[in-house]
Ligand binder design. Structure first.
Ligand code: HEC
Ligand code: HEC
Length: 446
């Protein structure tokens, strides 16, 4: 950033950046079957001229490039892929095909937000690992900031502790947080959402068929969304085929070395658990790695690298970014905000590492863009603070060993990703039509 730019010019630039972020965040299309090609990225409905620049990497494709193919999702619950255990289902919500299909409709339906634009999938983007690769922290309704990174929904059935700060433990209940958050889907009340769903023709009879005659309620909406999300299980990765499937050649020498380090010298498996018959790569507990502490205390570089346009980067002082926020950035203290116990400050839930190659950026605030950065953080022993987990210490790994652990983590991508993404594309995205309850609020115009 040049010093002679005045504050107004800088503000203008930042607003431009924000617009770029917003447009990047509202695109959710990819051709799962054919991979990415240029024509598919720059199609109508989503103009991104100039974005072919080498420095701008995106996996988002144009709306017209979306190819869907429904799949039998229940199979991934009834027979979880190799490397995953049996799924514990809550007694109150047995899974059925009808619930899963209904949940899938709801998950992708943009009409579930106040202004009919935001579905769950706008932040949990199927072709981006069911997270948002292009945003460190989420952006919700009308561009409002969310202060945390969107976690992946893959294998969420196995997370018994939900959200980065562990404030929920039930998928059935969790859904109401984004539906009602003013900076996410911004619905004014539970009743508002229920009434809106009742008014949408596409749902006629579906709740009743899935829930023994019961229509949309706070419970049935939660049960349906939870049922769909519980099917998104992905394993049988190269690692699983090697470790559990005993396929000797499924991993390379370096990847196997990386696994030994992960289990031994690097001590990763103390929290990212690997069991004899399956591996969740999480202990479903919360720990202080020092990353939250560092962010909260402003430890780190005092400038942020910002992309203004494809290939155009500037370094902006953090102080300036802070000065143009709508509201000051809230101090994120992790589990403390749930328990009010000072010893819980900066503790965050251990995320699974399955499919981690697809779910950048990393940590609760998306601060690290690559797995190598994450490894360098751990190698230095996190960030020391009085509440640092005793399991986090300097590791003294060599450059080669760091590369090997990274290589190992890249083997954790499940083999059914394309199938799950293609299935997601087969779901309608809830385009507003004249029959919908919110149609332009324009009764006068009709
Ligand atoms: C504006 C972006 C946004 C939208 C829209 C959104 N989410 Fe999320 N989601 C997030 C963020 C950010 C978090 C983490 C929040 C936290 O930890 O405080 C999250 C967390 C979750 C989690 C917990 C994941 C975990 O690993 O603990 C689930 C499950 C989830 N969302 C499902 C949904 C569903 C279902 C919907 C639609 C009803 C939805 N989300 C809509 C951004 C979004
Ligand atoms: C003390 C427990 C603990 C140990 C040991 C540990 N981790 Fe973690 N890991 C965590 C927690 C907690 C987070 C989330 C931190 C946050 O969100 O700020 C995390 C986050 C990560 C992430 C980011 C994942 C994502 O989706 O954001 C990666 C990658 C990771 N760890 C890899 C490793 C590796 C590799 C090792 C060994 C070098 C390791 N971890 C050791 C607890 C641990």
């Amino acid at each position: 950033m040049q010093d002679n730019l005045n504050k107004a010019q800088r503000l203008g630039m930042l607003l431009t950046v924000l617009c770029i972020f917003i447009s990047a965040s509202t695109i959710f299309v990819v051709n799962a079957e054919e991979g990415i090609n240029k024509a598919a990225i720059f199609g109508p409905g989503d103009r991104k001229d100039g974005y072919e620049d080498k420095s701008y990497v995106t996996n988002s494709l144009s709306v017209t490039a979306r190819r869907g193919k429904p799949t039998d999702l229940l199979q991934f619950v009834e027979n979880p892929p190799l490397g995953l255990p049996r799924i514990e289902l809550p007694e109150s919500n047995p899974i059925t095909k009808e619930k899963v299909e209904l949940g899938r409709l709801l998950f992708f339906d943009r009409r579930l937000s106040l202004n009919d634009t935001f579905s769950c999938a706008i932040c949990h983007i199927p072709e981006q690992g069911f997270t948002s690769n292009e945003l460190a922290t989420a952006i919700g309704f009308e561009g409002r900031s969310v202060n945390r990174n969107s976690p992946t929904i893959y294998n969420i059935a196995y997370h018994t502790v939900l959200f980065h700060d562990g404030r929920e433990d039930s998928l059935e209940q969790q859904v109401w947080a984004p539906l009602l958050a003013h900076n996410e889907m911004a619905n004014p009340s539970i009743g508002y959402v229920i009434n809106k769903i009742k008014g949408i023709n596409a749902y006629d009879g579906l709740f009743e068929a899935a829930f023994d005659g019961k229509g949309p309620t706070m419970e049935t909406v939660g049960d349906a969304l939870a049922s769909y999300q519980r099917t998104l299980n992905s394993a049988n990765s190269r690692f699983d085929r090697w470790y559990y499937g005993k396929e000797k050649d499924a991993l390379t020498y370096d990847e196997k070395e990386g696994f030994s380090l992960f289990m031994g010298k690097a001590k990763c498996a103390a929290c990212h658990l690997v069991d004899k018959d399956y591996a969740l790569f999480t202990d479903n507990r919360l720990h202080n790695t020092g990353h939250g502490y560092a962010t909260s205390m402003g430890i780190g570089p005092d400038k942020t690298r910002v992309q203004l346009a494809p290939g155009v980067f500037v370094y902006v002082e953090n102080e300036l970014i802070e000065s143009v926020r709508q509201q000051p950035k809230p101090n994120d203290v992790g589990l403390y905000s749930v328990t009010q116990n000072p010893f819980d400050r900066w503790k965050y839930r251990t995320p699974t590492l399955r499919n981690v190659a697809l779910t950048a950026p990393y940590m609760h605030d998306g601060a690290f863009t690559s797995l190598r950065e994450v490894m360098e953080f751990y190698n230095e022993g996190g960030v020391p603070n009085e509440l640092l987990s005793p399991l986090i210490t300097p590791l003294n790994l060599t450059e080669q060993e760091i590369d090997q652990v990274v290589a190992f983590m890249l083997t954790l991508t499940g083999d059914n990703i394309k199938t799950l993404v293609a299935d997601a594309f087969a779901a309608p995205i809830g385009d507003l039509s004249r029959e919908d309850p919110n149609w332009a609020h324009d009764t006068d115009l009709k």
